[in-house]
Design a binder for this molecule. Structure first.
Ligand code: HPA
Ligand code: ZN
Length: 317
């Protein structure tokens, strides 16, 4: 059954998921109450009615607003545990999730609360859920560049147990080139590098992520298909692309799942895998992604196995 969990003999890695994007509406309301926050949308139906997006920015507005309920280490730990439990049910054996430290620090949440809460869940993940978990700090690219330097310095000073540095948030107008020095420092510190590029931004941003940031993986990268020389490079070097088909549909990067270029990417020999991105916002976890690809793109068992194998190969292990 293609839509069910991962092929158990090989496992499945989820490499492109933002932990703040796993914040379900029910948990938002629960944390608002726990933290005595007067959340503006206190009714589940009223909250859910807002999950209609026209492009990346309209999603990001809600994503950053909703995370206001995350205040304490316990909140972050509960958030990550809920994701890891659900990911385990989806067949995930390895999870490398992003978090956005700047998005919390600007709200006055101490970085130590964020890191302690998340790392507590990560440390227990194998025992509690059978998932091998790790964290990647992500630079919020539409914040000032000096803030990126500062947050990396803080993470290093705290010896936060992160395995890598990523780059996310509003893409167009914020090219990877802005962050060359930040990523050079991260590499020098032994961090693995990945970057969102070619989601809404042009192929040029993918080239920059590779050549200027030293990205070992590209998150999304779907617009790479517009540039044959870039596709040749990605195939040649087998650079993993962490595709997120449900996200692409909900953020209108593609018109529908039926016309998603995933099969074209596989057929071109790209090292593509599939992920949920922000499962609380885009219609499901990675098992739901596979099920939708089966139903609407006719994804075969062989293709499914290739995607799972690609995900394991692309992991930073
Ligand atoms: N794209 C860019 N930044 C993000 C996303 C995304 O899909 N989700 C959370 N931050
Ligand atoms: Zn993403």
């Amino acid at each position: 059954e293609v839509g069910a969990s991962a092929s158990p003999e090989h496992g499945l890695a989820e490499l492109h998921v933002h932990i703040e994007g796993t914040l379900e509406p029910e948990l938002i309301l629960e944390l608002a109450e726990r933290n005595n926050i007067d959340f503006p949308h206190s009714d589940l139906d009223e909250l859910r009615a807002r999950y209609e997006f026209t492009e990346l920015q309209s999603f990001l507005d809600l994503y950053y607003a909703n995370m206001d309920v995350l205040r304490t280490a316990e909140d972050f730990s509960d958030l990550a545990r809920a994701y890891l439990a659900r990911a385990a049910r989806a067949g995930v054996t390895r999870a490398e999730f992003f978090f956005d430290p700047q998005a919390h620090v600007v709200r006055g949440v101490p970085l130590t609360e964020v890191v302690e809460g998340l790392s507590d869940a990560v440390a227990a993940a194998h025992r509690e859920f059978g998932v091998d978990a790790a964290m990647i700090a992500s630079i919020v690219r539409d914040h000032p560049v000096p803030d990126a330097h500062e947050i990396l310095g803080e993470l290093l000073r705290l010896q936060a147990p992160i395995i890598g540095l990523g780059l996310d948030s509003a893409e167009v107008g914020y090219p990877p080139s802005l962050f060359e020095d930040v990523f050079a420092r991260a590499r020098a510190e032994g961090l693995r590098i990945t970057a969102h590029a070619g989601e809404e931004g042009p192929p040029e941003y993918v080239w920059q992520a590779l050549d200027l940031l030293g990205a070992e993986r590209i998150d999304h990268g779907i617009r790479s298909l517009e540039d044959p020389a870039l596709v040749a490079r990605l195939v040649d070097e087998q650079i993993p692309l962490t595709a997120c088909p449900l996200s692409n549909v909900r953020l209108r990067v593609v018109d529908s799942l039926a016309v998603h270029p995933l099969r074209r990417m596989l057929d071109a020999g790209l090292a593509v895998c599939v992920n949920s991105d922000d499962p609380a916002y885009f219609g499901g976890y990675v098992d739901d992604v596979f099920a939708a690809l089966h139903d609407q793109l006719g994804l075969t068992v062989d293709e499914r196995n290739t995607l799972a194998r690609n995900s394991i190969r692309a992991a930073f292990t």
